[in-house]
Design a protein around this ligand. Structure first.
Ligand code: NAD
Length: 501
């Protein structure tokens, strides 16, 4: 009965169009398995049309004034704010996270849109006066042209908003490829962008999976590509798009450790750990998935388990839910088999969240908070990014031993230290090899005036997706060295006396 299911449109040249593809996939409510929509896998001709439209629009968009672009994003932030509840409800239904988390997802994106409105303050060149007699050198930060973005399922509002507002505000045009698992809230945000005044062709959307992504990597008219998603796909995208001559940034998978010193504030630390490990069902790239208890903090384990056990699993739309379902049946099976493997490999399953009873939502992809102790670095539980509500607990005798554990892990997205000691915090901040560090802050994602600074295996490319770094990512620096002759010296008419018509 696919005819009664709404189909997600492509956005090409300012028009929402029905794809002519024969390949579709269903968007499913992960709490109920109800089919909400169907999403097309765009054809090569549709993708080419989107890129061609963006290339044509670039000719005029690159010349718009800083003020015009700023006013567009001021309007856009207002529209997102006015529609926040509706956006959160769409997001929660297709993605599964609680309404509060969904509002947070939209809000963190909204902050990036606010930042886009002020980007003119950062897109400033430099000038050196008199680099030689009568010669000045200055820089222009010029937009690149058509840029593209590929986004994951877990933040379908925030992550698209990391990308197209920044690219467009700096003078580029854009082709977005949202996650095929939950594209509906992204499309509503795109509609609002057009309502705010984004002209035809400046923003285009194509849907699809691996094939569409590969075509974006290869397309000769796309100059830069921003990717957020898993490490496996990100490494492929980075290599393929770089080989095609593009500027590429890939923000990828993670294994984020919290280090807990025994002098930390116990209640706040345990609350932080429970929220950061199990919130959004662990489907955050900055989720805490490993807790390293140092010294006497090992005795906090029973209380941590007890706290995790109090969290309520349920549909995201139901009040009182702490964690919703996983995105798909495939994700549920994968998380289940990693838990099974953890048991086989000898980790102690302190809390088993498999097969929770959620009345009224028997078909949902639910896993409750799950906690292992006695985890060692060789176990698959530790090596793999689980991306579910599973916390691995390890132990260390000293802070330096804990730091060594974190630094030996290849990922570098986020980490946190819980302590009351300023000296320990400073030592940690200096020695830890992770790009985003929280001190008594479990999920240290920086606000948009800074950049998202994941590091090592969690990131490919040098520049982050917002903040100051994004201006460098989306612009080409051109240096101009300029000389004007003083007419008195070269013997011509002194042009300051000439009246120009
Ligand atoms: P994913 O890699 O499966 O998908 C990301 C995008 O790549 C999607 O648009 C998808 O259509 C496309 N894709 C999937 N398979 C592909 C293939 N074989 N070839 C080319 N393209 C392909 O990621 P996901 O499951 O949607 O998202 C979860 C992952 O994203 C986690 O690993 C998480 O850590 C990561 N993530 C990272 C950050 C960060 O900032 N570092 C933020 C959010 C999510």
């Amino acid at each position: 009965m696919t005819h009664s299911i709404p189909s997600i449109k492509l956005l090409i040249d300012g028009q929402f169009v029905e794809s002519t593809t024969s390949q579709w996939r269903e968007v499913v409510d992960p709490a109920t398995q109800q089919v909400l929509a169907r999403v097309p896998f765009a054809s090569e001709a549709e993708l080419n049309a989107a890129v061609a439209s963006a290339a044509a629009a670039f000719k005029t968009w690159r010349k718009t004034s800083i003020g015009t672009r700023a006013r567009l994003f001021l309007k856009y932030q207002q529209l997102i704010r006015e529609n926040l509840k509706e956006l959160a409800a769409i997001l929660s239904a297709e993605q599964g996270k609680t309404l509060a988390d969904a509002e947070g997802d939209v809000f963190r994106g909204l902050e990036v849109v606010e930042h886009a409105a002020g980007i003119g303050n950062l897109q400033l060149g430099e000038l050196a006066n008199n680099v030689a007699g009568g010669v000045d050198t200055y820089t222009l930060l010029q937009p690149l042209g058509v840029c593209a973005g590929i986004t994951p399922f877990n933040f379908p509002a925030m992550i698209p908003l990391w990308m197209f507002p920044m690219a467009i505000a700096t003078g580029n045009t854009f082709v977005l490829k949202p996650s095929e698992q939950d594209p509906m809230v992204t499309m509503r945000l795109v509609e609002l962008a057009l309502e705010a005044g984004v002209p035809p062709g400046v923003l285009n959307v194509v849907h699809g999976g691996a094939e569409v992504v590969d075509r974006l990597c290869d397309h000769p008219d796309i100059k830069a590509l921003s990717f957020v998603g898993s490490s496996r796909v990100g490494a492929h995208v980075y290599q393929r798009a770089s080989q095609a001559g593009k500027r590429v940034q890939c923000m990828m998978g993670a294994k984020n450790h919290a280090v807990v010193l025994p002098d930390a504030h116990k209640e706040q630390t345990l609350n932080s750990l429970a929220g950061a490990a199990f919130g959004a069902a662990g489907q955050r790239c900055m989720a805490i998935s490993v807790a390293v208890l140092v010294g006497a903090a090992r005795d906090w384990l029973p209380e941590l388990v007890a706290k995790a056990a109090t969290l309520k699993v349920g549909a995201g739309s139901k009040p009182g839910t702490d964690l919703g379902p996983l995105i798909s049946r495939a994700a549920l099976d994968r998380v289940g088999s990693l838990i099974e493997q953890g048991v086989r490999e000898g980790a102690r399953l302190e809390l088993d969240g498999r097969n929770p009873v959620v009345a009224g939502y028997e078909q949902g992809n639910f896993v409750g908070p799950t906690l292992f102790s006695g985890v060692t670095p060789g176990m698959s539980l530790y090596r793999e990014e689980i991306f579910g509500p599973v916390l691995c607990v390890m132990q260390a005798e000293t802070l330096d031993e804990a730091i060594a554990i974190v630094n030996a892990n290849p990922h570098g997205n986020g980490t946190a230290l819980f302590t009351r000691s300023g000296a320990a915090a400073r030592h940690f901040q200096e020695e830890i090899e992770v790009g985003q560090v929280g001190i008594n802050v479990p999920i240290p994602v920086p606000v948009p005036i800074f950049s998202f600074t994941g590091s090592r295996a969690s990131k490919l490319g040098d520049l982050g997706p917002y903040g100051k770094q994004v201006v460098q990512f989306y612009t080409q620096t051109k240096t101009v060295t300029q000389r004007w002759f003083d007419e008195n010296e070269v013997g011509g008419p002194v042009n300051t006396t000439i009246t120009l018509k």
